[in-house]
Design a binder for this molecule. Structure first.
Ligand code: NAD
Length: 483
């Protein structure tokens, strides 16, 4: 089977060469097609950081094994890493954090074993990067959490947890504050949980989760989160086991999967042959397992764990009294340890399974749609206006535009209600949300809302707007703090 390989920038080529040498020495039955991605591709003028040929190859082969890549600063280009994950809908980011004997941490010293798998939603949330300055003082980021997007990643997490024989699967969230977005993610979690009664499923608010991960890391098994919270929590977990140098990462999609190290290009040590290839090797081992190459994966992982146990190390970790190995020497030490088993955490030698072809040819873009709501009606609108006037004055002006269809319900500033009631102690910025609802709760048409928009724009600059929808008895919008 052939896979696409992008060596990356900085230390990327050094650590990728080291890993491929280990694969070759273990006779891993894979062929590699090198693709052009990364900084120098940006420099050649390809704004997404990859050549069209690279994109074509990756889409045909279905697996990309990649080194870290640099995103040029100040050129207005987006990270090739993020672009790749989003373009190919690798909706689940899976990272396994386990105690590595020989990599000292406070937990390993205290004899507390860690084996946590974090599954992070990889496409949605604030990572769409859809941001606007609404006034010179006020920036807005849109946070998308969708039902099909959440179901995709949560289903993957449950399926993976079941295969791995997990004890527990936990949803981390902030649904106590973001009741609609994180509320939807949590609702999807428990919807899917019903299909896996054999798994103990629970949820923890993300700040509490962070504290518990640090105080009782051994009580967690699989944790699933939205994108930004997952990003932070997964680096926290990397810290528990010794840092990013020991954290593999797999980006899983239905058609294309990307395996990569999560650390960056380490420009400070690039070209010196001293970088630590462990994270990329662990990502490569995860890729071998994904492809059914269980035996190769176990032999290589056992050799890596044995090497670490012996105290063999690159300069960035381990016992400083022992001479550090360079990248080449470290990978050779691993190769020399093929067939050896570590005292702790040895992997079972399962036979290789037939390699499954992961690529499907798609005729058209899949549209993710679920649950068509009945009884949907528009009952109002939030208009976000720019003004440096006090709430009372704004309210008076707004009421003049309400006409015969609308009622001015409230005015809020940064989500806190400041009219009709509020506090003089609430600091204000020059952007308000004025909320209008239909006079008697009767349904509105978009034309009614546009009429109000046009009228209000005579007095204020309208920066943004959102319809207020009702689905049956359920409000499809949040209330302002204090409303
Ligand atoms: P970095 O991870 O490159 O470096 C942080 C520190 O960790 C440095 O001191 C570095 O020497 C060390 N380090 C990182 N990996 C190491 C390894 N394998 N062995 C030994 N030491 C290692 O983070 P940064 O400096 O913030 O970012 C540098 C560049 O990497 C930026 O251009 C950024 O865009 C890019 N980046 C890419 C990825 C990716 O491709 N997935 C991720 C993060 C950052």
């Amino acid at each position: 089977m052939k896979i696409a390989v992008a060596k990356g920038d900085g230390i990327g080529p050094e650590i990728m060469d080291a890993v491929l040498k280990i694969f070759e020495a273990n006779k891993v039955p894979l062929e590699y097609e090198l693709v052009e991605m990364g900084k120098w591709v940006f420099d050649k003028g390809f704004s997404n950081g990859m050549t069209p040929e690279a994109q074509h190859t990756i889409e045909n082969l279905g697996i990309l094994f990649k080194g870290p890549m640099e995103t040029p600063k100040g050129k207005g280009v987006k990270s090739v890493n993020v672009t790749a994950r989003k373009t190919w809908n690798t909706y689940a980011n899976k990272r396994v954090f386990q105690t590595l004997h020989g990599v000292d941490t406070v937990f390993s010293k205290a004899g507390i074993p860690i084996d946590i798998t974090v599954v992070r939603e990889n496409i949605e949330d604030t990572y769409g990067g859809i941001e606007h300055m609404l006034t010179h003082d006020v920036a807005l980021s849109r946070r998308f959490i969708t039902r099909p997007g959440s179901l995709q990643v949560i289903r993957y997490a449950f399926e993976m947890a079941k295969k791995k024989g997990a004890r527990r699967i936990t949803c981390g969230h902030k649904a106590n504050i973001m009741k609609i977005t994180d509320g939807l993610f949590l609702e999807c979690f428990y919807e899917v949980a019903k299909e896996y009664p054999e798994l103990k499923s629970d949820d923890v608010i993300v700040d509490d989760l962070c504290m518990k991960l640090v105080t009782r890391p051994d009580s967690f098994d699989v944790v699933v989160l939205t994108n930004l919270q997952g990003d932070i929590v997964s680096d926290l977990c990397a810290g528990l086991v010794g840092g990013l140098g020991f954290a593999p990462s797999a980006n899983i999609g239905d058609h294309i999967c990307i395996f990569e190290a999560v650390h960056g290009t380490a420009p400070d040590i690039a070209g010196k042959n001293i970088a630590n290839p462990t994270a990329l090797l662990l990502s490569g081992i995860a890729m071998l397992r994904h492809l059914g190459l269980m035996e190769n994966a176990a032999i290589i992982e056992n050799a890596l764990l044995y090497t670490l146990e012996q105290g063999d190390r690159t300069g960035d970790f381990g016992d400083k009294n022992k001479q550090a190995l360079n990248t080449t020497q470290f990978s050779e030490a691993i190769i020399n340890n093929f067939g050896k088993k570590p005292e702790q955490g040895a992997k079972e030698l399962l036979p290789n399974m037939p390699v499954t072809q992961t690529v499907f040819k798609l005729a058209e873009n899949p549209m993710l749609v679920s649950k068509e709501m009945e009884n949907e009606k528009i009952v109002g609108v939030d208009l976000f206006i720019e003004s440096d006037a006090q709430p009372e004055i704004i309210a008076k002006k707004c009421q003049r535009h309400a006409g015969v269809k609308f009622n001015l319900i409230n005015i809020s500033n940064r989500g806190t209600q400041v009219w009709p009631t509020g506090s003089i102690y609430t600091n204000l910025v020059n952007q308000y949300n004025v909320r209008f609802e239909s006079l008697d709760g009767s349904p509105l048409h978009q034309q009614d809302v546009l009429g109000l928009y046009v009228s209000l724009s005579g007095d204020f600059k309208i920066c943004s707007s959102e319809l207020l929808n009702m689905w049956g008895d359920k409000k499809a919008y949040s209330l302002a703090q204090g409303q």
